[in-house]
Design a protein around this ligand. Structure first.
Ligand SMILES: [Zn+2]
Length: 86
């Protein structure tokens, strides 16, 4: 009998970089930081470690808005190492 093993989805994906650091997005639901990884197409995605919300940018418009948020230093994004919630 064959047993198939499934690899973890996110752990081996490279980080999604912006301005020299790993890009993180503030969870709209609980406020924790979601570390973004790059999928096989180079598009950012991630899971909220606290509430489990999954974000994935599938369209160019979303990527443009994300880049714009980084460029304008909006408080919903940051580029650094994850910090615990305060
Ligand atoms: Zn959350």
């Amino acid at each position: 009998m064959m047993v198939e093993k499934r690899a973890a989805v996110t752990s081996h994906k490279p980080p999604y970089m912006a301005e020299g650091g790993t890009l993180m997005l503030k969870c709209f639901l609980c406020g924790n930081w979601i570390v973004l990884h790059a999928d096989r197409n180079g598009r950012p995605f991630g899971f909220c470690p606290a509430c489990g919300v999954h974000v994935h940018f599938h369209k160019q418009e979303g990527l443009d808005l994300l880049e714009s948020a980084v460029a304008r230093h909006l408080p919903i994004v940051k580029t650094s190492i994850p910090s615990p919630p305060d």
